[in-house]
Write a protein that binds this ligand. Structure first.
Ligand SMILES: [Mn+2]
Length: 332
């Protein structure tokens, strides 16, 4: 069953939750503020309900979420780690089970024999859960979860509100993205009223950049390339090694590329240790980069998407730039 409205989804979620005791919480690989903020808010809500939630991230957490209340309860998965016995799985902010990453690869059997709840706002989500709440127009999963919590009469503590505000703030880049709608702002207002620590969220997201990230941003931007309204740059494996920057550093590069006057599409090509290339695409409204990312099995949102390409940096650039130029209506 796929719901698109938290209010109508609420009774079904409440009845799935009622008999469950141990609940496994999952989110996507390379988790961002919305992934972890949503998962941790859910951890608090379920704990307050007297249940035993287990929050497991599939890969390292971004540093800006370190100060979130209760973050020590989020465990990071490693190969060979046995998944605890649970009677329900709840996946947030994740378009497909495969996006859970290594956990899914290692534990497909045990994951597929338990009921699965999904709350997500990715347009590419096809609703693989037993029960799904999927609303692509929602600015963040945190926003959607907040409305679901309210609809099932959850009391929003300051801790829950702070976690959700982290998700809403990061996914909208502080209410700058085209997905920012009146509902997102209403949710933000209500989260502040519920006691969310706005100062802590803003400090963590915007004023805690590691030195290594600033170095990597500098290197990547010094190699920025432009073809009219299309801009792109690379992060080579050598650059990552030289700076020691974390994975999340690439978000800062993309955010800065997007600021260029006249930019309609931008691409970041990041070389991975295993020889693949991770692409991050951004576009102005009117262009659908989720469709382009989909060519290589990736996805995301129409204006922000990504994929992993099993090819070298040069070939990836040739292929992706070709697709972007075509989408921009260039004659090639
Ligand atoms: Mn999200």
């Amino acid at each position: 069953m796929i719901h698109t409205d938290p209010a109508t989804a609420a009774p079904a979620f409440a009845s799935m939750l009622a008999p469950a005791k141990r609940i496994l919480l999952l989110t996507h690989v390379n988790p961002d503020g919305d992934a972890i903020g949503s998962m941790l808010a859910l951890w608090h809500v379920l704990t307050d309900m007297g249940k035993t939630p287990l929050a497991i991230a599939s890969s390292a957490l971004p540093s800006y979420i370190e100060g979130l209340p209760g973050i020590e309860h989020v465990r990071v998965y490693h190969r060979g780690m046995a998944l605890p016995e649970t009677d329900l799985i709840w996946m947030v902010d994740t378009a497909t089970l495969m996006r859970v990453g290594q956990i899914y690869d290692d534990c497909t059997a045990s994951l597929s024999n338990r009921p699965l709840l999904i709350v997500d706002h990715h347009v590419t989500n096809t609703g693989e859960g037993t029960l799904n709440l999927i609303a692509p127009e929602s600015a963040s999963t945190a926003d959607l979860l907040y409305r679901l919590f309210r609809a099932i009469d959850v009391y929003i503590t300051p801790e829950i509100a702070t976690c959700l505000l982290m998700g809403l703030t990061t996914d909208t880049q502080s209410f700058q993205t085209s997905s920012t709608n009146p509902q997102a702002l209403r949710t933000a207002a209500e989260l502040l009223e519920a006691g969310a620590d706005h100062y802590a969220v803003v400090q963590a997201v915007y004023y805690s950049t590691p030195y290594s990230t600033l170095q990597l941003v500098g290197m990547a931007l010094s190699q920025l390339q432009q073809d009219d309204d299309l801009v792109w740059t690379n992060v080579s494996w050598a650059m990552l090694r030289a700076t020691g920057a974390e994975d999340e550093a690439s978000d800062d590069i993309v955010n800065r590329m997007q600021r260029m006057a006249g930019m309609r599409a931008c691409a970041l090509f990041k070389e991975r240790a295993d020889g693949t290339v991770k692409i991050s695409l951004r576009a102005k409204p009117g262009l659908d980069v989720a469709a382009i990312a989909g060519i290589w099995g990736g996805g995301g949102h129409t204006q922000a998407a990504g994929a992993t390409l099993s090819m070298g940096l040069e070939e990836a650039q040739r292929e992706v730039l070709h697709q972007l130029r075509e989408a921009l209506g260039r004659k090639q």
